[in-house]
Design a protein around this ligand. Structure first.
Ligand code: CP
Length: 319
């Protein structure tokens, strides 16, 4: 069984199928390794809000017998400085080098959520914050969603696809959907990256101007025609993201991209997917969200077992 140093993207995973199978095993028997994490501590650090990621990661650690400490840094922690060599006479109160080193003294694994700024594309796509944390941490780091990727969500989504798929080559569609606020590209980038790594046939539909970075989508079919993409789809994953080129911008020009029942009629009785939280009747209509074909609660449930697989791999690495 392979082992890993950090869990930041699908690139840290040698065999995607093996990890999905491991998550599936934990779903069948969550307490199979309930003593593996005895006397080990997981530190969960949030710089942004969360429901699923926070609770499912905590539950996963608890299923493995770990102690868990959670800290919401924004508002509770010192304001961190990321620049090496900075003269800290402004608003920053603590350098990331001390903060990450100190947390490493208290924890055996650190999990961090740090969203994109959506103001500086170069910094976001260089994963400036997460890579600084990794640089100074002395224990493995797990991404709970970074500026560009959300690997724990994607592993849960891969488990959901595996459980629900009945075909040898299902058509998976990732469709952009409208949203009133600027959202990061992380979930979409990550879903594309993992779906392609797992060997799925992926079509990505988005309006002009909402292209994703090709590093994550190479191998997918790209279209600006949502209805054409939905034709014959077996799975439809909807998600909003703000523009990559015109970085972080949103426009109301494409509000008609909301996924509704009429559009789902174009599919092959497709299963509906979304990572949550979802803005009802903006991203998708109630009819789609509440249909028996909706997998959103399954996806959320699978977050625990995806996180458990990741923590298991990291704990095994220590042994
Ligand atoms: N899908 C997801 O990451 O949910 P939270 O933001 O609530 O953690």
């Amino acid at each position: 069984m392979d082992s890993i140093a950090n869990f930041l993207s699908v690139k840290d995973v040698e065999d995607v199928g093996d990890w999905i199978s491991l998550a599936q095993k934990f779903k069948v028997n969550p307490y199979a390794h309930q003593h593996l994490g005895a006397n080990k501590t997981l530190g969960i650090i949030f710089f942004n809000p969360s429901l699923r990621t926070r609770l499912s990661t905590q539950k996963a650690a608890s299923n493995l017998g770990m102690n868990v400490m959670v800290m919401n840094f924004n508002g509770e922690g010192w304001q961190l400085e990321m620049e090496d060599g900075a003269v800290m006479n402004g608003s920053s109160q603590e350098h990331i080098s001390e903060a990450a080193s100190v947390i490493s003294q208290y924890c055996d694994i650190i999990a961090v959520r740090t969203f994109a700024t959506l103001t500086d594309r170069e910094e976001d796509y260089a994963e400036k914050f997460l890579s600084s944390f990794v640089k100074y941490a002395r224990v493995p780091v797990v991404s709970l969603e970074s500026a560009t990727l959300h690997p724990l969500q994607s592993l849960a989504d891969m488990l959901t696809l595996k459980e629900q798929n009945t075909k040898s080559n299902p058509k998976v569609v990732l469709s952009w959907a409208p949203h009133p606020k600027a959202l990061p590209q992380a979930v979409a980038n990550s879903f594309a990256q993992w779906t392609l790594a797992a060997g799925y046939d992926l079509t990505i539909a988005h309006p002009p101007g909402y292209e994703l970075h090709p590093d994550f989508t190479r191998g997918a079919r790209m279209t600006h025609n949502q209805e054409e993409a939905l034709q014959g789809a077996d799975f439809v994953y909807v998600k909003n993201w703000s523009a990559y080129e015109n970085y972080g911008q949103v426009s109301r020009e494409y509000d008609h991209w909301t996924l509704d029942g009429a559009k789902m009629q174009l599919t092959h009785n497709a299963k509906f997917m979304h990572c949550l939280p979802i803005r009802r009747n903006v991203i998708a209509t109630d009819e789609v969200i509440d249909a028996p074909t909706s997998l959103i609660l399954e996806q959320a449930n699978n977050r625990t077992f995806a996180a458990q697989a990741v923590l298991y791999k990291l704990l095994s690495h220590e042994r």
